[in-house]
Design a protein around this ligand. Structure first.
Ligand code: PMP
Length: 461
């Protein structure tokens, strides 16, 4: 044990306090009236230990595809500690050296998007992108009201109200309306359940072409931007086909619509490329980054934009569009910036993106073996972002009952492997198991994931 629980309550006391006080994200707390709540205490690499001392392979990089560099990175802790002693924080209109260094680093990785705006979470980064786009067009074409944002069914962009309004997962939105107006949806890009009932490659990529129709329906002068996850993560692990983005981009250009790519999950090596969009022929105007940016060691997110967008905010200091009318108190926090810098250094030095591609291919090969099970309908993914869609039977593709997915996840956990299942979203679309281990995973770790999954699937026969 690197760190002991000395001075911390016992496991039983922690469970009691947990039951008394916690209100966790997306968690049914009723369960914990009869079950022990899981409480993780420590981690090294891709291994985790809970407060009872039980060990797990972390197949989810900290639960929500965040800890790309793995747990227990002392060099990130040291960098943050040094910075905190020097200067913990300064923000507003004043910069700190770490913010400057991080912005320059991100710009070197994404040279066409050299302007870097920092905030704290993926949702916030997307909200900033929407506000940037709206103010940009307000300044560029005054009186034109070019403000609408188009998003894709099954993509997720965050929890705040506009981010939710741009998320194509109906059940996440239920009960929170009215949501802000000015958002419209295009179909998802999942071939296994083609929204047009077609099969690739003879499909004319209609899912991407649908954008043009929606732009026309909404009024072409009113549409400002499209936001997409390069590879849909929480909506079912959906890498679009290679032609998808070129088709979509051509439509965006023709109608003067900006393209925002949400790389909150897919950034920093997760898909086997440094950024998910690099698998495709596409040039975004804005990218949002969060989770893998500092691997969860500190909260930080970024919205990076083309210079031409930024230049629209360069009117004289007294002009209303002389600055972006937005602030985020903790955006640009010096400690978070050094954590991100050290995290990126590790990803580059240890060639973790390459490992993600290599181990991702191995994970996919091993997952394909599971297609022999009658309930495994479709295996898909990109790099270390993988999904297994489960069905009642392969012909009808009726989604497997949610309770059975829960049994599979619980069985794997019993076997010391943490995998996930999609958050209940659109009924019938919650039948995907997913895996996204830290990018340092090796074949042994992947074999453990496959072993636990295989055994859980056997129990369903
Ligand atoms: N975009 C994507 C693609 C996400 O998966 C998430 C979170 N899972 C978000 C945005 C929102 O990020 P956050 O929870 O940090 O606000």
């Amino acid at each position: 044990m690197k760190q002991t629980l000395t001075g911390v309550p016992s496991a039983a006391e922690l469970a009691e306090l947990h039951r008394e006080h916690l209100w966790l994200h997306l968690t049914n707390h009723k369960l914990y009236e009869t079950q022990e709540p899981p409480i993780m205490a420590e981690g090294t690499g891709y291994m985790l230990k809970d407060v009872q001392g039980k060990e797990f392979v972390d197949g989810l990089s900290g639960g929500v595809w965040v800890v790309n560099v793995g747990h227990g990175r002392a060099s990130i802790a040291d960098a943050v500690s040094r910075q905190m002693k020097l200067l913990p924080y300064y923000a507003g209109s004043m910069a700190t050296p770490p913010y400057i260094m991080l912005a320059a680093k991100l710009a070197s990785l994404l040279p066409s998007l050299p302007k870097v705006y920092l905030s704290n979470s993926g949702s916030e980064a997307n909200e900033k992108a929407f506000k940037m786009v709206r103010q940009y067009f307000a300044a560029k074409s005054p009186g034109k009201k070019k403000y609408k944002i188009i998003y894709r069914d099954r993509d997720y962009h965050g929890t705040t109200l506009a981010a939710l309004a741009s998320s194509g997962q109906q059940e996440r939105r239920a009960d929170f309306g009215p949501l802000p107006e000015g958002f419209a949806e295009i179909p998802h890009a999942l071939c296994y359940r083609c929204p047009f009932g077609k099969s690739y490659p003879g499909c004319n990529i209609d899912c991407a072409r649908a954008l043009e129709q929606v732009i026309q329906q909404e009024g072409e002068d009113s549409v400002a931007a499209v936001i997409l996850e390069p590879v849909t993560a929480g909506g079912g692990i959906i890498p679009p086909v290679p032609e998808y983005y070129p088709v979509l981009q051509e439509i965006c250009r023709r109608y003067g619509v900006l393209l925002i790519l949400d790389e909150v999950v897919t950034g920093f090596g997760r898909t086997g490329a440094l950024f998910g969009h690099q698998h495709y022929d596409v040039q975004p105007d804005i990218i949002t980054l969060a989770k893998g940016l500092a691997s969860g060691y500190m909260p930080i997110s970024a919205t990076v934009a083309r210079k031409e967008i930024f230049n629209q905010f360069m009117a004289g200091p007294e002009e209303p569009n002389g600055f972006f009318r937005d602030i985020s108190t903790f955006g640009g926090c010096a400690g978070s910036s050094v954590a991100a810098l050290e995290n990126i250094r590790i990803i580059e030095e240890e060639r973790l993106t390459e490992n993600s591609a290599l181990m991702g291919a191995y994970l996919m090969e091993r997952l394909k073996e599971l297609e022999a099970f009658p309930i495994v309908g479709n295996v898909r993914g990109q790099g270390l972002l993988a999904g297994v869609e489960l069905v009642e039977d392969k012909r009808s593709k009726i989604p497997l009952q949610e309770s059975r997915l829960a049994q599979i996840v619980a069985s794997a956990r019993e076997d010391g492997v943490i995998i996930g299942r999609m958050t209940r979203s659109v009924p019938g679309y919650n039948n995907v198991l997913y895996m996204a281990p830290p990018l340092i995973i090796d074949k042994y770790g992947i074999d453990r994931i496959i072993g636990a999954l295989r055994s859980a699937l056997h129990k369903q026969l």
